[in-house]
Design a protein around this ligand. Sequence first.
Ligand code: FMN
Length: 287
Amino acid sequence: MQLGNLTLQSPICLASAPWQLEGAGYERLGAIFTRTVTMEPRPGRYEAGIWQVADQTLLNATNMRTESAEILVQEHLSGLLRYGVPVLVSVTAPGIPGFRKIARFLHREAGSQIAGVEVYITCPETGRGTDITPKFVRDATEAVRNELGPDAAVVVKLPPWPDHIRGLALGAQEGSASALAATNILKALHLPDDATAPPLVGGLSGEALRPVALRCVYELAHDELLTLPIFGTGGIFTAGHVVDYLRVGASAVQIASGEWLAPGLTARLAAECENLKPETVATTWKS
Ligand SMILES: Cc1cc2nc3c(=O)[nH]c(=O)nc-3n(C[C@H](O)[C@H](O)[C@H](O)COP(=O)(O)O)c2cc1C
């Protein structure tokens, strides 16, 4: 996949998640996307907030705890860079000035080390779907792009909303994104067996998300105005799932739940897909 000036060596990437990387084989990956960081750390639960609610399906009820960009740069970045593959830092902020500030910080403190930034636009602090408009996406993307400069990769990660994803993606394209990622987690609720326990509210990922994310990628890839390459993200556990995303128009994929449930899966799939050429995967359909 061509990501701005970068050519990814593999279409298989680690998605944004709290990786404490020990991963054998990660040098085979196309890229590593870090956990999302904010300018100021946000409280919340971490591992204790991640629940398996169905087969290969997770509910992330961490309340989106984040570490600061400063901690990422000081404590985690060198560990992520040791695999020698491009590292993109996932960022979020409650508004446009916040995106500008965190991008400026990363450019100043780590600009020569990182390949770029992934923009997580569904900021949990605002959190309401109505706040996430094409204009918001365009302005957030543009703010990040202006701080990082023309050579950095800016990937915009979109929510799993098939009816609305096109407008948001056009906003990202107008804001000079290098690529799109579809999708992030889907807001969901799980009722524990114990009827006295409160419902778990969070974001759904894994197997249950895949059909929705595939539809989102399909919508983006088959739009005549959208030209950005797409990372397909959601429910990838096998090489067959990778091919499914390529068939609907993704150029590469990101994996989170699969790696969480079976550490090392991403590297194994990268090895398995070594000879897979995304551009040769058939995208013709019989109706
Ligand atoms: C444990 C866990 C933590 C995650 N943390 C983040 C995060 O910090 N930032 C982000 O943008 N997405 C995060 N995600 C979402 C994933 O990057 C991905 O978009 C989503 O889970 C769909 O892919 P999957 O089905 O392979 O998990 C997380 C997912 C999981 C399972």
